[in-house]
Design a binder for this molecule. Structure first.
Ligand code: SF4
Length: 212
């Protein structure tokens, strides 16, 4: 099946995939990676088949998992306006909002109790004049209300902004966020590690699906 799909690819794409698939595989270059990203039609099918083959060979295995989560964008006011998102507003814009912490907690509680979420993402704009403790206050309130929830919170931009608003180093600010309840990176839940997870804590992945 893989071989047949590779024959449908153009010569240059097939050559890149052949090298990536070779046992003891070779690392492809950045420009080759860019070429794969532009793949369409038969090339794209070949890239997908090669990726699936590499997944099968690696320790990922045939079981995939997912976490139910809710993303709470607690403000759209942003001093950065970097253009990466379309939702940010200046602090004085009539459409700018900043949710109170009670409302953030209410949304997180609704996500866990009504929809079975095990994880809450908290990410938003960089509100002008923000007090340096706001992110910690949000994390602490969420953890106090929902101690078992995995708190996946604050982008690198927010961490840098919070550190600046607090007058401390980024490293010190990350420690403060951790102490307030922001979770560490979730252990990847694979079939093999789930046995280990159960020994440490109940697995937070709600559902397990066969890869097919
Ligand atoms: S920093 Fe974030 S919220 Fe602000 S404009 Fe950029 S992407 Fe949007």
């Amino acid at each position: 099946m893989l071989d047949r799909t590779l024959t449908q690819a153009t010569k240059s794409v097939a050559a890149i995939l052949d090298r990536a698939l070779a046992y003891g595989g070779q690392v492809i270059t950045v420009s080759e990676g860019a070429q794969l990203l532009r793949a369409r039609g038969g090339d794209l099918r070949a890239v997908a088949a090669a990726a699936d083959e590499l997944r099968r060979r690696s320790s990922v295995g045939d079981v995939v998992t997912y976490a139910v989560n809710r993303n709470i964008n607690f403000t759209n006011a942003c001093v950065k306006r970097c253009g990466f998102c379309a939702f940010s507003r200046t602090g004085v814009d009539a459409e700018a909002y900043l949710l109170p912490i009670d409302e953030i907690v209410r949304r997180a509680r609704e996500a866990t109790e009504t929809y079975g979420a095990t994880e809450v993402c908290v990410q938003a704009g960089l509100p002008p004049g923000m007090r340096g403790t706001l992110y910690e206050e949000i994390a602490a309130a969420l953890k106090a209300a929902l101690p078992r929830v995995h708190l996946h919170a604050f982008s690198p931009e927010e961490v840098v902004y919070g550190a600046r608003r607090s007058g401390c180093s980024v490293g010190a600010f990350v420690e403060r966020l951790r102490d307030a309840g922001v979770s560490r990176r979730r252990r990847r839940c694979r079939r093999r590690c789930r046995r280990r997870c159960r020994r440490v804590r109940p697995c937070t992945c709600r559902s397990v699906l066969p890869a097919s």
